[in-house]
Design a protein around this ligand. Structure first.
Ligand code: FAQ
Length: 335
């Protein structure tokens, strides 16, 4: 029960105290759910910073998916066979679908899709650094599947247990599809490495050389330089740290590289018996921040492509709205 003292304090202060006591209880319930490893639904009370953090991360993730359609989309018309073209088309469409699930998950937190996209188009919102690198040859497409989707899965599987249930649910389906993406990329490279000409093998090695380090950067800055990690882990949004995920990715990929017959471009890559992990060389964090801050090889091109697609799609949005308005007009008559 609220205290008697509040009865003597007049309506304004009473409201304030009531609100704070209620809020305190809501916060306690929220903390207990998080501590028990439970899930928060869209209708549940949540602290404002939890909401903001989720909108930030989920929308960045959604933007990454749709900007991520561009580097591979660049090769749809030039895929070497009908089979590879069909696979690539399906993969790029999947990435578009992932963007839509994620925008829908972000919208449940009270931010509209128009607001989210406006932040992307103005350059205010971030998306994954990896999609600011060019796809120079066909081997880049296979390498993106193998390494970029491989890194994405490593990061995304723990998000299937994220404390925000709509995000966790979206991730389950996304991870299943990403796993097909990774396999098709590996398969495409394996065919070239096993049956290809010397020039094709060299093309694969060159692609791996260019994508390896940017892939390691995908996991974000080192833990001790990651401002969002501690709170993200506390809230169960992040389940595994940036550095731990990066290490897991290196450990898994070294073995896959052996099967493919490619060399990973790191002279410091060495098995560490004591740690039970592969040691790897220093990452160029200056390059990472340059790319994140808009100065990577393709940042301007990627953003321009998204803005163009948005502007050229205006008539579709207008037509859909006009159709919905007409239907709404007809419905009462039908009733
Ligand atoms: N690129 O404090 P932290 C895919 C930013 S999907 C750009 O460690 P946090 C599928 C970070 O936002 C790939 N910015 O941040 C696909 C923060 O800035 P802010 C995307 C980055 O959030 C495959 C600042 O640095 N996946 O590939 C990057 O705790 C093939 C400090 O960092 C996701 O988004 C980066 N790489 O951890 C599609 C997964 N790293 O916001 C097409 C969900 C960090 O404070 C083709 N996201 N930053 O201004 C996450 O797991 C996390 O957000 C991290 C970053 C791990 C990315």
């Amino acid at each position: 029960m609220y205290t008697q003292a509040m009865d003597t304090q007049g309506p304004e202060s009473e409201d304030k105290t009531l609100r704070s006591v209620e809020e305190f209880q809501l916060q306690q319930r929220f903390d207990a759910t998080i501590d028990d490893g439970g899930f928060i639904e869209a209708k549940d009370w949540m602290p404002e910073n939890y909401r903001k953090t989720l909108v930030r991360q989920i929308s960045q993730h959604a933007h990454s998916e749709i900007v991520g359609m561009l580097p591979e989309g660049n090769w749809i018309t030039r895929a070497p066979t009908l089979k590879r073209k069909a696979i690539l088309l399906a993969k790029v469409q999947d990435e578009g679908g992932h963007g839509l699930y994620l925008y829908a998950a972000a919208e449940t937190l009270g931010t509209s899709r128009d607001q989210l996209l406006a932040a992307l188009h103005s350059g205010k919102a971030k998306y994954s650094s990896i999609f600011n690198y060019p796809t120079l040859t066909w081997a880049d497409v296979g390498t993106i599947g193998w390494l970029v989707d491989g890194a994405a899965i490593m990061n995304q599987v723990p998000i299937c247990r994220c404390s925000y249930a709509p995000y966790a649910r979206a991730m389950i389906r996304i991870c299943r599809e990403e796993s097909f993406h990774q396999r098709q990329g590996f398969d495409s490279l394996l065919v070239m490495m096993q049956n290809g000409t010397e020039a094709q093998k060299a093309m694969v090695q060159d692609a791996v050389n260019r994508w390896w380090w940017p892939c390691l950067m995908m996991f974000g800055p080192p833990d001790d330089q990651s401002p969002n990690s501690a709170q993200g882990m506390r809230w169960g949004i992040k389940r595994v740290s940036n550095d731990d995920l990066r290490q897991k990715f290196v450990d898994a990929t070294v073995e896959q590289a052996k099967v493919l017959g490619v060399t990973l471009p790191d002279p410091d890559l060495k098995w560490n018996e004591e740690r039970g992990h592969w040691d790897f060389g220093a990452i160029d964090w200056d390059e990472f921040w340059r790319v994140v801050n808009g100065n990577g090889p393709c940042n301007r091109e990627r953003l321009a492509a998204r803005v163009k697609a948005w502007e050229e799609g205006a008539w579709v949005r207008e037509a859909a709205l006009a159709h919905a308005a007409k239907q709404a007009e007809r419905e009462p008559q039908a009733a």
